[in-house]
Write a protein that binds this ligand. Sequence first.
Ligand code: IMP
Length: 180
Amino acid sequence: MYGKEIERILVSKEQIAARVKELGAQITKDYEGEPVTLVCTLRGASIFFADLVREIRGDVEIDFIACSSYGAGTTSSGEVILAKDLSSPITGRNIIVVEDIIDTGITLTYLKRLLLARQPKSVKICTILDKPSRRKVELKGDYVGFEIENEYVVGYGLDYNQKFRNLPDVCVLSRDVYGG
Ligand code: IMP
């Protein structure tokens, strides 16, 4: 189905859709009667974000932020850059940061600290994928779609050098592509 750059499908679009529904239902229940701002971390979480927000009922606002700890390739530089800030203030609001994947945890630790300094009511993390074995700093997702092994994945918004974000499934990238 995909070309030779893709080794195999790890999480199919049907599995993703079912899990996103569950996450949306859980968030709806947890925030009943409470307004919440869902923050999309660009660019990787954009596809998950669009699916997730439509599975949440209630008083929801959306906003976007962009930071990166990755240069080209598959290993983190460890340095996080804020490339785009939120459009609205978040003081006193419930925030859910929506992420594509937690890997070392460095990006979200930075982001959480940045947001907490603005004194929101709460900050939680929702990620579609989690690679707990790769963690360099202690960080847990509050809502996690799938825990995966230490493999480089693309698709459903995740990229390798900006490619493959448009694949509907989460796929393992062939090691021939990045020489891992
Ligand atoms: P962390 O700061 O190491 O947790 O990195 C988080 C970011 O690294 C994610 O938002 C992704 O953009 C990127 N990343 C980590 N692992 C992968 C992967 O397997 N495929 C694609 N991007 C990844």
